[in-house]
Design a protein. Structure first.
Length: 333
């Protein structure tokens, strides 16, 4: 089964090995969840590579992003016989015909643009086709979903229902829609989610989030958010992180099981229909207790979905068709 995955943090991992002075890792073959060899084994057709910036690291966010974008293009150049850039739907189709994987560039942390819409347009020119407005920190555009709660509770954060987008955030979503860049609400506050719903027209994505009804983590979507996002024609990427799949005493006791992913898939599609779900692995941004250990092992998830009663045509939609339809719809200017 072909795979289109809306989110991974592999670029940041590749960058850290260069930045930390360690032996630089390559995209072709490495010890991470995602490399080209594993993706080919897993029958990948498309992978979104997020430029991930953690503002806690106190590095210039734009500079951090540019390093990762350079790594992305250098790795594509070295491996052009196996993976190529996609920044239009025609590119995806051409890459499919040529039997190569499509690499899509996205951003996870809107602070990369420093609140300047001019820099957003430059990111678009550099090939970025999807962006989360925030990661886990407040920035120039708005507020994330991580109201600190008592650390003794099993939930690391509560949903932020009051603080959403800032003025610059509104300016950005308008420009993103005009450009044809997918607005990604993963990590954004609940308040921000509803403001985006109200102030945009195109479908948008939650590239790597699950169902809050099954796992009460603020990074997951409430039933109402799932219905509203699906009603707009958007897509939710199923996240493989244990603590977004099931509740445990600590992150380490949360297991990432494919049978549990199938339960989230069933819940989300029952609410939003079979067209609203895709994959958003979060590979290379997640650790420990993964039943599906890397990108070569997607057939495990396919089997779990079959066992849960999803038909082959349902699984095709979840594995790649819904994501491709989203990009086809939003990327056209
Ligand atoms: Zn994330």
């Amino acid at each position: 089964m072909k795979v289109a995955d809306m989110h991974c943090d592999t670029l940041a991992e590749l960058w850290y090995t260069r930045w930390d002075g360690a032996v630089p890792m390559e995209l072709k073959k490495n010890s991470l969840h995602i490399d080209i060899e594993k993706m080919r084994k897993g029958d990948y057709l498309l992978q979104n590579f997020a430029v991930f910036v953690n503002l806690d690291r106190k590095l210039d966010p734009l500079e951090s992003a540019l390093y990762q974008i350079d790594i992305f293009y250098e790795e594509l150049r070295k491996n052009a016989d196996m993976i190529r850039l996609a920044k239009s739907f025609a590119d995806i189709e051409k890459n499919m015909q040529d039997g190569v994987i499509s690499g899509v560039l996205s951003i996870e942390e809107g602070a990369v643009c420093k609140g300047k819409v001019e820099f957003l347009r430059i990111m678009y020119q550099l090939g970025v086709r999807m962006m989360t407005l925030t990661w886990n920190h407040e920035n120039e555009l708005g507020y994330p979903n991580n109201v600190p709660t008592d650390s003794s509770t099993v939930f690391p954060c509560g949903p932020e229902t009051l603080l959403g987008l800032k003025e610059k955030g509104y300016e950005f979503i308008e420009e993103m829609e005009r450009l044809g860049m997918v607005i990604d609400v993963s990590h954004l506050s609940d308040a921000g989610f509803y403001q985006i719903l109200e102030h945009t027209k195109k479908p948008f994505a939650a590239s790597h989030s699950n169902a809050r009804s099954l796992c009460r983590h603020c990074r997951n979507l409430s039933d109402d958010m799932i219905v509203k996002l699906a009603g707009r024609g958007g897509v939710i990427g199923l996240n493989y992180l244990g603590s977004f799949l099931e509740e445990g005493e600590t992150d380490r006791t949360c297991h990432s099981r494919v049978s549990r992913m199938a339960e989230h898939a069933r819940h989300i599609t029952n609410l939003g229909g079979m067209e609203c779900l895709g994959l958003g692995s979060d590979f290379d941004g997640i650790t420990h207790n993964l039943e599906m250990k890397d990108s070569s092992m997607l057939p495990l998830l396919e089997d779990a979905l079959k066992k849960a009663g999803f038909s082959s045509s349902d699984i095709e939609k979840i594995f790649y068709k819904n994501v491709l339809n989203l990009y086809k719809e939003v990327w056209k200017a």
